[in-house]
Design a protein around this ligand. Structure first.
Ligand code: PMP
Length: 414
């Protein structure tokens, strides 16, 4: 293995790994190498502890009770809202709406802001590299409203063609819904420039931050996005909790999403008035435990040092890319200049699933298939890829095991 100057030294990575109990597992009698982090990250003990602590000590429904448990649960739930606000630098906690994840956050905007503001002939712009969850809600909306969905194409390297984007923007463009980081290619899009161009054309911007939030510093005010969506489970938190950030004035003006308890001020059979932000969009009993554990995940990232995490992942990416390119006939999909720790690849005409199964037999977890980006796969002319994606607990030795694993698999398949 090559010696490296990566900022997280071996001992620090070992310390981090100790915090993730699942990494002690063996798969097919081999120590697990988990390279499916873009699908979901593993959870540190502090997150698992936060879940069990809540159920063992503070379980109660929130916002309604005056008893001690209800107050504790409410305080912990709202503490996460503050932690998220600080983490993404929103200007106030009213701008932080808890959802089930990125998918629900995007659907919330499509169903509320979209239903109210999109008219026949209006245009919504997405890109060729979007995840299905940032395509389908807009397709549904455009179909219903007879609006037009336009798509920014990409280059063969997997970068957005910004000149074409500039031409797609018209006075009819109402929204640009764009991913910050591609889950299939790893491309980091020039988000501030994209937002600026949309705003100049009078359009709003929703940023799909599902893949970006764990890899990049997120500052929604500096970015100046109008909406920002992400999922807890991709930043070391549990599944089932996510966030929609929206600028306060926009969230205030939007119609409600789901109706029910918690989101009302007063209900009568004649008229119902709605709660203030952020509760207006949080109908029913929310996912209390997982939301509380999201704060533990954010604390974990901050305590580990977000900048060091990012640098470590970058070095894993550089090392893995260099090693992989030595393998004959291996092609990497997504060679943008600006990338996060995701490598999508194919070798010869080996089916991604065959490679995935053989790697799993060697204890190595990768993702195979279209990664919920079928239009992107269509653009690339392939059915899918094998995708390795990195997180803070991954090591250079694990990259070596992946490289060996690919070479072994090739020998068995060709
Ligand atoms: N957008 C991107 C770019 C993603 O990678 C994902 C998850 N793979 C999503 C949206 C959807 O996230 P979730 O399934 O957590 O709602």
């Amino acid at each position: 293995m090559e010696t490296s100057t990566h900022i997280l030294n071996t001992l620090q990575v070992e310390d981090i790994r100790k915090q993730f109990p699942i990494l002690k597992r063996t798969i097919h009698n081999k120590p697990i190498v988990y390279f499916d982090n873009a699908a979901t990250t593993q959870k540190p003990m502090v997150v698992i502890d936060a879940l069990s602590h809540y159920y063992m000590h503070s379980n109660a429904n929130i916002h309604r009770g005056i008893h001690t448990l209800a107050e504790e649960a409410t305080a912990a739930y709202e503490a996460t809202r503050t932690a998220v606000q600080v983490f993404i630098n929103a200007s106030c906690t009213e701008e932080i709406i808890f959802t089930r994840g990125t998918t629900e956050s995007i659907n919330l905007v499509a169903n509320t802001w979209g239903r109210k503001n999109i008219q026949e002939g209006d245009e919504i712009i997405i890109s060729e590299m979007e995840h299905h969850s940032n395509i389908v809600p807009w397709q549904i909306l455009c179909e219903e409203k007879k609006a037009v969905l336009k798509v920014i194409p990409i280059s063969d390297e997997g970068e957005l063609l910004l000149d074409v984007y500039r031409q797609l923007l018209t006075s009819k463009t109402k929204l640009v819904a764009i991913t910050y980081v591609s889950n299939s290619l790893g491309t980091i899009n020039p988000i501030s420039e994209i937002i600026q161009m949309a705003h100049n054309a009078g359009a709003l911007v929703l940023v799909d931050g599902a893949q970006a939030t764990v890899h990049l510093d997120i500052d929604v005010q500096k970015m100046d996005c109008d909406f920002y969506a992400f999922s807890g489970h991709k930043i070391y938190a549990p599944t089932g909790v996510g966030v929609l950030y929206g600028k306060k004035a926009l969230l205030e003006a939007m119609p409600v999403f789901m109706g029910g308890g918690e989101m009302i001020k007063e209900v009568s059979f004649v008229k119902t008035t709605y709660a203030e932000l952020p509760y207006k969009y949080e109908a029913g009993t929310p996912n209390i435990a997982d939301t509380i554990a999201l704060k533990a995940a954010i604390d974990f990232m901050r305590e580990t040092d977000v900048a060091m995490i990012h640098q470590h992942e970058k070095e894993l990416l550089e090392y893995a890319t260099k090693q992989m390119l030595q393998i004959p006939n291996l092609r990497i999909y997504g060679t943008a200049e600006n990338k996060t720790g995701v490598i999508s690849f194919l070798v010869n005409n080996i089916h991604p699933q065959d490679m995935g199964v053989l790697l799993d037999n060697q204890g190595i977890a990768v993702r195979t298939g279209h990664h919920c980006t079928q239009p992107l796969m269509h653009r690339l002319g392939i059915p899918g890829t094998v995708r390795a994606s990195f997180a803070v607990y991954n090591t250079m030795e694990e990259v070596d095991r992946l490289i060996n694993g690919i070479q072994k698999s090739i020998k068995m398949l060709l």
